[in-house]
Design a protein around this ligand. Structure first.
Ligand SMILES: [Zn+2]
Length: 360
């Protein structure tokens, strides 16, 4: 009989209580777990995402996935749905009741430098699981809707942006990055700045332009780059295939794509039915009612591009999708901005679960 008993420490109090002084209270990041048959042995795992004052890396996420799925096995499971170009595992987390009739797909960090979206997603996951027993709304949400979450779709791009050349020991990869800088460097302050602003995967392909959904019409970049190169063929990249694999697991009521620039919500996609467009717009309106970000219809604005995961979800999978851009300005978003992002978005999935249950 293994029954985990959580000793409520300051983290749990913060997560279960108000969020008004959240950032200042995030000092303690340890949960104590004592197994019923091992009361003499206290195990104190570190949950890195509890401390939001620091940049959240791929290895921190790996640790947290292992710890959280061990601590809350009835609420979170995980699968590996592929490996990145550099061999990093791409994780699919399943939060809530896997047998639920309704399901929402969530994806973050498809663009490397937008890694704060992974931290937001993992912190939401921590909040929902830790607060579950005392929060009836979260119980309702997770009992009736299942969330399929790829928290870091592009772990190589994230690692390039966060770590620079320390992201890899592969000399060929480093040589490739230096070569691309020589081609791309106009507009960047330095090589370090170039790597920090990296969006693509480690092959210099923008995963969010690599999907077979209007791929032929995107002509902005013709060579490998830190951003906006769509690849030599649709779905040429391992990360693209991993997202398609994750999405194939079941039917979804809607999709949330997390990005990090401009506090906007993009909805709609070219060439889809008016019915599907309306569903995407109503999802955007719901999200707007929570975080108050500006809504933009991608089919009527100059920002319309194609080949994105959201385009593929709408155009090929006939499923409503939106992109939520959580940061105020340039990426990478300053770490000091996390607390304001959190306050505007922490309970978002609770509202989205109502949408999932009612969308027809
Ligand atoms: Zn993005």
């Amino acid at each position: 009989m293994k029954k985990a008993i959580l000793f409520i420490c300051s983290l749990c109090c913060v997560l279960g209580g108000t969020f008004t002084s959240y950032a200042s209270e995030m000092q303690t990041n340890e949960l104590l777990i004592v197994e019923e048959e091992q009361t003499a042995e206290a195990i104190a795992p570190t949950i890195f995402v509890a401390d939001t004052s620091q940049i959240y890396t791929y290895t921190m996420m790996q640790n947290d996935i292992a710890q959280l799925t061990r601590m809350f096995p009835d609420k979170i499971q995980y699968e590996v749905v592929g490996q990145s170009t550099e061999g990093r595992d791409i994780y699919l987390l399943i939060l809530g009741n896997p047998k639920a009739e309704h399901a929402v797909f969530v994806e973050g960090s498809i663009h490397g430098r937008e890694y704060i979206t992974t931290q937001l997603i993992m912190h939401m996951l921590l909040n929902y699981t830790v607060s579950y027993d005392t929060n009836e709304a979260y119980q309702e949400m997770l009992n009736n809707v299942c969330f399929y979450i790829v928290p870091m779709s592009n772990p190589d791009g994230v690692s390039i942006s966060q770590l620079g050349e320390a992201c890899t020991e592969d000399e060929n990869r480093l040589s490739f990055l230096r070569t691309l800088y020589k081609i791309d460097k106009t507009g960047y302050q330095s090589y370090a700045n170039y790597l920090a602003r990296w969006k693509a995967n480690a092959n210099g392909v923008d995963i969010n332009r690599n999907f077979d959904a209007g791929w032929n019409t995107f002509l902005e970049h013709t060579n490998r780059s830190s951003e906006k190169f769509k690849g030599v063929t649709p779905a040429s990249e391992a990360e693209t295939i991993a997202l398609m694999t994750a999405f194939s697991k079941r039917d979804f009521d809607c999709v949330l794509n997390y990005h990090a620039r401009g506090e906007v919500i993009y909805y709609g996609a070219l060439g889809v039915s008016s019915e599907l467009s309306a569903k995407s717009k109503s999802l955007a309106q719901l999200v707007n009612s929570v975080n108050h970000y500006r809504m933009i219809d991608t089919t009527t604005s100059s920002v319309c591009v194609s080949g994105g995961f959201g385009d593929w979800v709408m155009m090929v999978q006939n499923t409503p999708s939106i992109a939520i851009e959580v940061g105020r300005g340039e990426c990478p978003v300053s770490q000091s901005e996390f607390s304001s992002i959190w306050k505007k978005n922490y309970n978002m999935w609770e509202f989205v679960s109502y949408y999932a249950k009612n969308v027809k």
